[in-house]
Design a protein around this ligand. Structure first.
Ligand code: ATP
Length: 384
């Protein structure tokens, strides 16, 4: 089964044929990719429940969300492998899928790369890369494929077969195969998940460099918030078929739209309080919860890294109950006056603290995040 797909289109932004470009990847004209009220139903399941997202030409957007939230479905609908049940997909404002049209995958100028790379074992590495260039004369296809392989540093393995490649090399070949037809839009489904941790970071850098050269508009699916922050110009967070929030890493970190997004981007203490008169009373003082009625429950989120411990500074009295060494940081559990449960605190330096140490605990209440309590029982926060 082919796990990638791309096309060489004449219109719609793909570059004209030309000589290979040596060590640089051939550039294309980036395209705008737009999803409008996109829905995809599978029986009772709403895999996409009305997604609106506009991706600027050349932008790299990471799709982030838990398993089953619809990330792969969105890529498949964008590529044209699946038809939407409702809504529209547009590339450069042209309808690719919608009520009035359905443009087949090979005419969209879209490249798709799946997580298992799926190189054809019976084709040479060059043959794999040239596979998407069938519309070109053989010699030209070979030349372009070789240039792409050269760009990813694997030209000398052109005549070898994929079974000799390491995971990182397979990823590079898959990437060369995806970019060689110069897609205006590149869709990548967890392209780094098959790589070990050390290799992953290097491949992320390399891939990003290559994508910038090609100037393709890019959507990359990932499960990892850190990966999304590192490689995306913007991050689009999905849950249960919906887009929860889209923004830069800074926006999502500092101004998460809800508790679900807050949890993705930092380690937090969650403490639930009843709302009275538009506020909750906490040991840190009263915090405003506009828009929540009396008796509703609000969750106060304190970042584990946003809590400062001192020996004799200002703040609430606390006692270290437990310490876990995590390499660059240590995570402490600290019993704090006024809180029913211990707070988790991350510190860089242990400062000689041991279990039982008396500390002062400072929390910047201005940086606390407050949200309505979630409906999901399994995710219910502790109560304060
Ligand atoms: P993962 O991160 O695990 O790959 P995902 O976010 O990519 O998950 P999708 O694969 O898009 O999620 O699936 C979204 C929902 O649609 C899931 O509930 C899934 O079971 C359902 N689904 C996807 N494809 C089909 C299909 N062909 N037939 C029936 N249901 C499907």
């Amino acid at each position: 089964m082919t796990s990638w797909l791309s096309s060489r289109t004449k219109g719609n932004g793909a570059a004209a044929d030309g000589a290979p470009t040596g060590e640089r990847a051939a550039a294309t004209f980036a395209a705008r990719l737009t999803f409008e009220k996109l829905e995809r139903r599978y029986g009772e399941t709403m895999a996409l429940a009305g997604v609106d997202l506009d991706i600027a030409p050349g932008e790299v957007v990471c799709l982030l969300g838990p398993s089953g939230c619809g990330k792969t479905t969105l890529l498949r609908v964008a590529a044209g492998i699946e038809k939407p049940s409702a809504g529209r997909v547009l590339i450069n404002e042209r309808e690719m899928a919608g009520p009035s049209r359905f443009v087949p995958p090979e005419q969209r100028g879209v490249g798709l790369m799946f997580q298992d790379f799926a190189l054809f074992p019976h084709l040479t590495i060059l043959g794999n890369v040239a596979f998407g260039l069938k519309a070109l004369p053989k010699a030209a296809a070979r030349r372009e494929a070789l240039a792409a392989l050269q760009r990813v540093g694997l030209a000398k393995l052109a005549d070898a077969y994929p079974h000799i490649l390491s995971g990182g090399q397979q990823q590079r070949v898959a990437l060369a195969r995806a970019i060689v037809p110069r897609p205006a839009v590149m869709l990548m489904d967890e392209p780094f998940s098959g790589l070990d941790v050390q290799l992953r970071e290097a491949m992320q850098e390399e891939t990003l460099g290559l994508l910038r050269e090609t100037r393709a508009t890019c959507v990359i699916v990932t499960h990892h918030p850190e990966e999304a922050m590192r490689i995306g110009n913007r991050i689009a967070v999905m849950r249960a078929g919906r887009l929860v929030q889209a923004g830069t890493a800074e926006e999502l970190y500092h101004r998460p739209a809800d508790l679900f997004v807050a949890r993705l981007f930092s380690e937090i203490n969650e403490i639930a309080y009843p709302v009275r008169g538009g506020r909750v009373d906490t040991p840190l003082g009263a915090l405003a919860v506009p828009g929540l009625a009396d008796g509703a429950s609000a969750v106060v989120c304190l970042r584990e890294r946003g809590i400062t411990l001192t020996r004799d500074g200002p703040g609430l009295a606390g006692r270290v109950l437990d310490i876990k060494f995590l390499g660059d940081v240590a995570r402490l559990e600290v019993g704090v006056e006024g809180f029913d449960r211990p707070l988790k605190v991350r510190v860089r330096e242990l400062d000689g603290w041991g279990r039982g140490a008396e500390v002062r605990v400072e929390v910047d209440a201005d940086r606390a995040l407050v949200f309505p309590a979630e409906m999901h029982e399994s995710e219910a926060p502790i109560t304060g």
